[in-house]
Design a protein around this ligand. Sequence first.
Ligand code: GDP
Ligand code: GDP
Length: 453
Amino acid sequence: SDEADWELSDFVIDEDGGETEKLPVVAIVGRPNVGKSTLVNRIIGRREAVVEDVPGVTRDRVSYPALWNGRRFMVTDTGGWEPDAKGLQQSISEQAELAMRTADLIVLVVDATVGATTTDEAVARALRRSKTPVLLAANKVDSERVEADAATLWSLGLGEPHMISASHGRGTADLLDLILEELPETPRERFVAGGPRRIALLGKPNVGKSSLLNRLAGEERSVVDDVAGTTVDPVDEIIELDGRLWQFVDTAGLRRKVRTATGHEYYASLRTRSALDSSELALLLIDASQTITEQDLRVLSMIIDSGRALVVVFNKWDLVDEDRRYDLDKEIDRELARVPWARRINISAETGRSVQKLVPVMEQALASWDKRVPTGRLNSWLKDIVAANPPPARGGRAPRVMFATQAATRPPTFVLFTTGFLEAGYRRFVERKLREEFDFTGSPVRVNVRVRE
Ligand code: GDP
Ligand code: GDP
């Protein structure tokens, strides 16, 4: 058979969606009850509520694919939680900050029947400084009677208030046209080539993230609970370690301790996602002195889904005695079996023990994440592997593996061209063999299959 038929640019995304397409992101922000979810539903073309408005409930899905006039993009609904009245303004400001960091376009939704509230004004103030394009949607303009009210929203300083009725669909097509006009063709570049490597310091509360950050930065940073809307902190921290710069992303939350300590679960997961989005490697901190919990594993799952490189850091090792160590080994066997490729290191942020071991391990993981195997070398290796262990037949004939290529790095993603379906077990076998041969320690490896029709 002739391999020439295969167009390498011709990959299909296989059933486990190994290659995620990069689409531009539209973030919908605004106070509770202004109609954000209704607008999101309208944009993605769904009638029923996509979100349950249960206060305090963690919502996993926040981004939805959308299609308008033949263009695809993602819509992110950043609302959905109900902070207490006192914290409302703060939460909304955080929400806007997050959108400015991660979205390609922001739609601020305001309730035209209510007019601009002080919270709306605070958000507008933050958004006016944004480099990301912002559109102002004046919602609940169900009829002409409300149009005069909507006009007062010019005062927010975000340009024309675009009048819509999310629930009736009035004006939403025009808004979508505008969104597409303003939306950049390609999503924002989240990595600067040659810049510092970007690290997300993650873990549930109290595992020692800010202690480690302080230890690495070599100074005690004061914890300031600043007033919302008055300052915009630099959200990333750049630290020199072993003669090289490292960018710890989204550390503002670690510094603003008070705010995250009361941490809303939903908000914490949004923040984790955002940090992962802009990072290349995740440092997952786990408190070694305590039993590994669901909350630790939830963060781990988010890291796995993100495709980022990973180092697992067991902190508070100074508190670990013989007994605890025995239990921990069992917990690791049970809970971390999903990431046998991730290196684990035991440190104490408090005493400084083994903290200097972090950098070489992070460098190794990032090198794996960036690694590219030349196609020639990959295929001569593959031929031997497949000859020695052909894929099992299922039903009729056994599928043949014709050819492979590494379609992407960060993380390494391989595509096998076959004459038939390859079972997950066989793909895992190929992944294991790839790891043995080419060493991808610290990085996920994806193996996708392209079946020739
Ligand atoms: P969110 O909290 O910002 O996501 O707001 P929702 O989408 O949950 O909407 C809050 C309430 O406003 C719901 O009762 C909606 O039915 C209502 N609503 C949303 N859009 C409109 C609209 O265009 N006109 C009117 N009259 N009500 C709306
Ligand atoms: P974060 O919420 O993940 O940022 O955790 P913190 O850095 O605020 O730490 C939570 C608590 O654990 C604080 O009381 C720290 O002093 C303590 N802590 C952090 N690292 C260590 C460690 O290595 N050993 C011990 N014994 N305590 C630690």
